[in-house]
Design a protein around this ligand. Structure first.
Ligand code: HEM
Length: 79
């Protein structure tokens, strides 16, 4: 974590908070399902934060590999 730049840190915090919104939306979905609701917007309510989670999650997934490549390249830099 200490090597994280403010930009990558923000992506991680965004992912963390959107995950909370996603969990609430999933609960809302289950409640709507239990009440026999057919409203499709309740499903979209969970899909929107999930899309953001996919984007930020993909960035978080790639970050360690980018960092490894950068640090592996650094010693060979003659400047
Ligand atoms: C939809 C696709 C998702 C992808 C591709 C994804 C990917 C990731 C990755 C790569 C990390 C970083 C793991 C690490 O530190 O090495 C992460 C962290 C995390 N993910 Fe996801 N995730 C997804 C969805 C979710 C969902 C649905 C939740 C919960 C509702 C969630 C909650 C979290 C939390 C709480 C963290 C820890 C964040 C922190 O460091 O504070 N993610 N995720």
């Amino acid at each position: 974590m200490s090597a994280a730049t403010p930009w990558t840190r923000r992506v991680r915090v965004l992912h963390r908070w959107i995950s909370l919104a996603f969990m609430l939306a999933v609960i809302a979905n289950l409640v709507a399902l239990g009440m026999g609701s057919q409203a499709s917007w309740v499903g979209v309510l969970a899909l929107l934060p999930l899309l953001v989670l996919m984007g930020t999650g993909a960035v978080l997934f790639v970050l360690p590999y980018v960092a490894t490549r950068r640090s592996a390249r650094a010693p060979a830099d003659p400047t």
